[in-house]
Design a protein around this ligand. Structure first.
Ligand SMILES: Nc1ncnc2c1ncn2[C@@H]1O[C@H](COP(=O)(O)OP(=O)(O)OP(=O)(O)O)[C@@H](O)[C@H]1O
Ligand SMILES: [Mg+2]
Length: 245
């Protein structure tokens, strides 16, 4: 299957710091590519390059075969890229429904009635239907994560970029979030940066490991986690064992 996202030779330097050094990978619809690596490895920087927050010094970004490397961020969003952040960023004084509605109206550019229908569907999908009238600022963390996912999904993306969305949750909450992410997976191409590796392993088909802006390993999750280069990077820390499927 043709990849939804293909990046090739993506590079970015800030002075003497190389945050991306010829990074390349691809992901197809229905597939989840996990990204691991220590703090400062360049994971979020690669997302910033992919979604157009930052321009690369070199390399290419193809979305559904279209070169978007020099296209502005808002156009990439319109073409089907969406991103969810570790720290959910809802409008706290708007309800869960209104937050998703903002995304369907302005993010996806739908008509008023279509936007409402998609917002309702998204709230059901993310398990927030019963809390649709609750102000986003009053929702507990797991629900704010669901809302963050919902806001990203509201634009009906082809590509979903998740940056440490499981951070800060309890074990039980992670299990619930993983179930939700698994249910979304067939409809999108997903790239998921995550330090909670047991959550990642329950969803990801492949992993990319990064260090110092470079991809140091790529392949089947267990194989990447056990690879000598990854073990060396995490020396002294215990990598969670991948969860059984
Ligand atoms: N705008 C910038 N100017 C200078 N340095 C930057 C800039 N953005 C990121 N960096 C540096 O680039 C490196 C990679 O940062 P990045 O946020 O991509 O890491 P990360 O892998 O996402 O780490 P974490 O797991 O902590 O989120 C870090 O050393 C960071 O300080
Ligand atoms: Mg990061």
């Amino acid at each position: 299957m043709a990849p939804v996202l293909l990046i090739e030779g993506l590079s970015k330097r800030y002075g003497s710091i190389t945050v991306a050094d010829a990074v390349g990978f691809q992901v197809a619809r229905g597939e989840c590519l996990g990204v691991i690596g220590p703090n400062g490895a360049g994971k979020t920087s690669v997302f910033n390059l992919i979604d157009g927050t930052v321009s690369p010094d070199g390399g290419r970004i193809l979305l559904d075969g279209m070169d978007v490397t020099r296209r502005p961020k808002h156009l990439r969003a319109r073409l089907g890229m969406a991103r969810a952040y570790q720290v959910p960023q809802p409008f706290p004084d708007l309800s869960a429904f209104e937050n998703v509605l903002v995304a369907t109206t302005f993010g996806a550019g739908l008509s008023a009635s279509d936007a409402k229908a998609v917002a309702r569907e998204t709230l059901r999908l993310t398990g927030l239907w019963d809390k649709r009238e609750v102000m986003a600022g009053s929702l507990p963390l797991l629900d704010r994560k669901r809302l963050e996912l919902g806001r990203a999904l509201a634009s009906q993306p082809k590509l979903l970029l998740l940056d440490e969305i499981a951070g800060g949750l309890t074990q039980m909450e992670v299990v619930e979030l993983v179930a939700l992410i698994r249910s979304i997976k067939p409809t999108v191409a997903m790239v998921w940066i995550e330090h909670v590796t047991h959550a990642l392993s329950a969803v990801a088909d492949r992993l990319v490991a990064m260090n110092f802006g470079r991809v140091i390993a790529e392949g089947e999750p267990q194989e990447v986690m056990n690879s000598p280069s990854v073990q060396e990077v995490y020396l002294g820390t215990v990598l969670d064992a991948p969860a059984a499927d």
